[in-house]
Design a protein around this ligand. Structure first.
Ligand SMILES: CC(C)(COP(=O)(O)OP(=O)(O)OC[C@H]1O[C@@H](n2cnc3c(N)ncnc32)[C@H](O)[C@@H]1OP(=O)(O)O)[C@@H](O)C(=O)NCCC(=O)NCCS
Length: 191
């Protein structure tokens, strides 16, 4: 059985990442989204109606589905990309629209795995630049993005816009297999 809170983390085991239509597992996705942002509620949609309309927007962006990570059929995280975020110098830019990992599954490399899959997908669609917006105090996510070559581009005081120029870095990761094993040792980060 999986744990139910941050004190009883997910057992390391087989984590499967597949494309799933959000309507099939809508409630689970929304529950993981809400628990994932419990530390930074200011950067998430709040209230059932806002969360639902946000998910409807994500679904319109990716009608073919989200990348969903499950362990024993339980949703542990998901990621959503957008092929057409903005145009820089008349070049279409991809976007990391959403990336969440349940607090029960953190520190095992799942966030990294989902991000690398999104980067690969966007690269395969010819997006040399990939952008995202991240809350200015969201240090875990900022570190994850910086470690993958995303650089500060702009901010509005609340949100930081970061951009990855894939021509500057080697962004093709070896993450082809949909079945992914959690690393058995959980990384400890300074809090
Ligand atoms: C950001 C998030 C997706 C990371 O998920 P995760 O599965 O724990 O991440 P990983 O185990 O793959 O770690 C990836 C990197 O994130 C950073 N990181 C993760 N936890 C961290 C922590 N507590 N402190 C500092 N950096 C941390 C590190 O750079 C780490 O790489 P490293 O282990 O090589 O140092 C997760 O914390 C989350 O869902 N946060 C809430 C939602 C969110 O903020 N999403 C981003 C939207 S822009």
């Amino acid at each position: 059985m999986m744990g139910t809170d941050e004190d009883s983390p997910a057992d390391p085991g087989k984590c499967i990442i597949t494309r799933r239509k959000p309507e099939e597992i809508k409630e689970e996705l929304q529950a993981v989204y809400e628990e994932a942002y419990s530390r930074y509620p200011q950067y998430a949609e709040r209230g059932d109606r806002c969360v639902e309309s946000y998910f409807n927007r994500l679904e319109r962006m990716r009608p073919e589905g989200f990348l969903v990570a499950t362990v024993d059929d339980e949703v542990m995280g998901f990621a959503v990309e957008d092929l057409n975020w903005k145009m820089f110098d008349s070049e279409p830019v991809g976007e990391v629209m959403e990336l969440v990992v349940s607090p029960r599954a953190r520190g095992h490399g799942l966030g990294k795995k989902l991000l690398r899959l999104l980067i690969n997908i966007l690269n395969k669609h010819g997006r040399k630049k990939i952008g995202l917006e991240v809350g200015g105090n969201n240090k875990e996510a900022i570190k994850l993005y910086q470690n993958h070559g995303f650089e500060y581009f702009d901010d509005d005081g609340t949100w930081i816009c970061m951009v990855l120029d894939s021509e500057k870095v080697d962004t093709f990761y070896q993450v082809e297999t949909p079945v992914y094993e959690f690393s058995h040792s959980k990384k400890q980060h300074e809090r």
